[in-house]
Design a protein around this ligand. Structure first.
Ligand code: AHG
Ligand code: MN
Ligand code: MN
Length: 281
């Protein structure tokens, strides 16, 4: 079994368990994470589960998570960057949540060009795991059920452009983005659910754009480079889509710390080009 196989297998096993036990962790209160955001019991619970499984692998040398200030040394091997529970505030309202894993062949902070694989798990009406890795020609999707994973074939972004998930309130985003948003809202259907994983899944299924732009509240954007933006960019670019921070692929963003944030857009390449034409000057 290769190093990447062992990591994907560990994420799959843990995600199956999370999927079957989320109900007993929904909505409990907690502290705050290093990004200064509300941390709920389920965030800490999921982080511990993934840490126990992943840190034990010979393939993993370092574990860096959204839920802890610093990296945990696990010996030699790849660096894991993980958002154990993405969209966790959705638990209270029983909306989809997910897990995002970046597999870096370098210590962090590092750009997405150091990624050798990325995994996104969506805990929706059913649980799917989507995997992009350097030793595979295409992005693969699996249905996780009863502790197992069933191969669901490859994932490619459709040419259609149907949905738009854009975070932030009108008047709290840049002028340049506002005018493009007006155009896009006439062309695409609004779909925004408060968990990047679920909103990106809509884009990967139907085509379109997901974005968390710079806002008054999050001048650098809300999403974290290592735990959300770069791994998801790795997946969507491997599936034929595009990503940008407004001027460059999210894989080229050079984070200045473990919890660095970036403006994030993921979707069809043509729309990404329009974003860069509007914001890139
Ligand atoms: P997390 O729960 O891991 O902190 O991620 C939540 C993120 C992302 O998943 C989602 O797109 C975004 O926060 C939603 O932010 P708003 O509540 O500001 O819309
Ligand atoms: Mn998240
Ligand atoms: Mn999270």
């Amino acid at each position: 079994m290769s190093s990447l196989d062992s990591i994907v297998g560990a994420v799959q096993t843990t995600a199956n368990y999370v999927s079957e036990n989320l109900a007993s962790h929904a909505g409990a209160e907690g502290g705050t994470n290093p990004s200064g955001e509300e941390q709920i019991d389920a965030d800490v619970w999921a982080d511990k589960l993934f840490f126990d499984k992943l840190s034990d692998l010979d393939a993993v040398g370092e574990y860096v998570t959204e839920e802890r200030e610093t990296a945990v040394d696990c010996g030699d091997g790849y660096t894991i960057a993980i958002d154990p529970l993405d969209g966790s505030s959705n638990l209270r309202s029983n909306n989809p949540v997910g897990t995002i894993v970046g597999i870096y062949d370098a210590p962090l902070p590092a750009s997405g060009r150091e990624l050798v694989g990325a995994i996104m798990v969506l805990y929706g009406p059913y649980t799917t795991m989507t995997v992009a890795r350097e030793d595979r020609d295409s992005v693969l999707r699996f249905l996780l059920r009863d502790g197992f994973s069933e191969g669901w074939g490859t994932v490619e972004l459709p040419d259609d452009q149907v949905v738009l998930g854009l975070a932030g309130k009108r008047g709290q985003r840049s002028e340049a983005l506002e005018s493009l948003a007006n155009e896009l809202e006439r062309e695409l259907k609004p779909r925004y659910g408060g968990a990047t994983i679920a909103d990106l899944s809509q884009v990967m299924e139907y085509g379109g754009l997901f974005g968390y732009p710079a806002t008054d509240g999050y001048p650098d954007g809300k999403l974290r480079v290592h735990f959300e933006s770069a791994p998801l960019a790795y997946i969507i670019e491997a599936a034929g889509g595009g990503s940008t921070d407004g001027t460059q692929s999210l894989l080229d963003v050079e984070p200045d710390g473990y919890h660095a944030r970036t403006q994030t857009f993921l979707g069809n390449e043509e729309i990404i080009d329009r974003i860069e034409a509007s914001l890139g000057n």
